[in-house]
Design a protein around this ligand. Structure first.
Ligand SMILES: [Zn+2]
Length: 375
């Protein structure tokens, strides 16, 4: 009960901490990489982007029939595996930058008119979906339509936060002082207000793809749609899907079995992305950041996680693969644990792109890393 409460606090505090970070992330996204860079580094099938400007009208029209968009990395990876050599698959978001908080430019949205079809994750992951719908004529297919979605429970957060904050202050010797301190109280309210105005949580936890059982369902939606628009190649798409489905089934079976035998079910993650995975394998994530933020955690959250990790003897602090390990290392040092990478698949590393690593391989690596941290 107590642990649950703490986790409630973590979730909300993390949400509060998220506001400032998102701006940083956006700035990073804007300045870092260009789409050109990606198409150069990716394999040759994806070169169309850089050549688009040079294309004449005729080839543009031919493209329309042949190009499919996927919203971001996991959906792109699955779509490529299923479409094989029958379509050219492009990612709408830059594959190498964080997908949360992506705000496409008018030019980027206009590029979608080179295609008739786009697969998205859904569940609120693509905050830009409405803008696209209102601008270009493209069939947007929601791959998570059949998934049992987890509510983002913002109301619970607010409630938990107040409760938990209260409890904590009680345990704190400075409680009375803090409470009478007007500035402190004021700051807190400001922060919360800022959060509500600037942070756009959807209704649901968007991270469906991190659970392999969901990934299988989402792959099926892709295969069905491709079979519908290109029935001549239905057997091909279905065979590609079956291969993915078998691999994912095997992963689920293997890790359900493995996790059954571990006592400690808690793992520390960089942001609250592993809710579906935790539900599938009966585990519990302890997030340093909220549903949609990947920045630095709030000092208060770090303290709470640190206390919890010591009490639970947690031996690993995960950081975002391809991101900074600084915060995780600091926390790990403090609690006598190790910092290790975990993959949200929200962006891809150079290695993942150049080696054509599959979604299934990445999901399995995550589960093995978590299993390793618990046993
Ligand atoms: Zn996320």
């Amino acid at each position: 009960m107590k642990v649950k409460n703490i986790i409630g606090v973590l979730a909300l505090s993390a949400v509060l901490a998220a506001c400032g970070n998102n701006a940083q992330e956006n700035a990073k996204t804007g300045s870092n990489e260009t789409k050109e860079e990606i198409s150069v580094k990716e394999d040759s099938k994806d070169q169309a982007k850089s050549s688009e400007s040079k294309e004449d009208q005729d080839s543009q029209k031919a493209n329309e029939e042949n190009v499919i968009y996927a919203s971001f990395f996991p959906i792109y990876n699955l779509t490529k595996q299923i479409a094989g050599d029958k379509f050219e698959v492009k990612s709408f978001t830059n594959l190498k930058t964080e997908s949360h908080g992506f705000e496409p430019s008018a030019k980027e949205i206009a590029e979608l008119s080179t295609s008739k079809l786009m697969f998205v994750n859904g569940a609120g992951m693509e905050e830009w979906e409405e803008a696209v719908k209102n601008t270009v004529d493209i069939d947007i297919v929601n791959t998570s339509e059949g998934v049992d979605l987890i509510k983002a429970s913002e109301d619970d957060h607010d409630h938990d936060h107040e409760d938990a904050d209260h409890d904590h202050d009680h345990e704190d010797a400075d409680h009375d002082h803090d409470h009478e301190d007007n500035d402190h109280h004021h700051d807190h309210e400001d922060g919360e207000e800022g959060h509500e105005h600037h942070h756009h949580h959807g209704e649901f936890d968007p991270h469906t793809w991190l659970d392999p059982a969901n990934g299988k369902a989402q792959a099926k939606v892709i295969a069905d749609k491709l079979s519908e628009v290109d029935p001549a190649n239905k057997d091909y798409y279905m065979a590609n899907y079956e291969k993915i489905a078998k691999e994912l089934d095997d992963i689920v079976t293997e890790y359900k079995d493995k996790f059954k035998n571990v006592d400690n079910k808690k793992f520390i993650v960089p942001h609250q992305a592993f809710g579906y995975l935790a539900r599938e394998f009966d585990l519990e994530q302890i997030p340093l950041n909220s549903l949609t933020s990947t920045g630095e955690a709030d000092a208060k959250v770090l303290k709470e996680v640190s206390d919890l990790a010591k009490a639970e003897k947690i031996k690993t602090v995960f950081y975002e693969m391809g991101g900074s390990d600084k915060e995780a290392k600091t926390l790990a040092d403090e609690i006598g644990a190790e910092a290790k990478p975990i993959n949200t698949l929200e962006f891809a590393t150079d290695e993942e792109l150049s080696s054509n690593k599959t979604y299934q391989e990445m999901i399995k690596e995550n589960l093995e890393a978590i299993y390793d941290s618990l046993s």
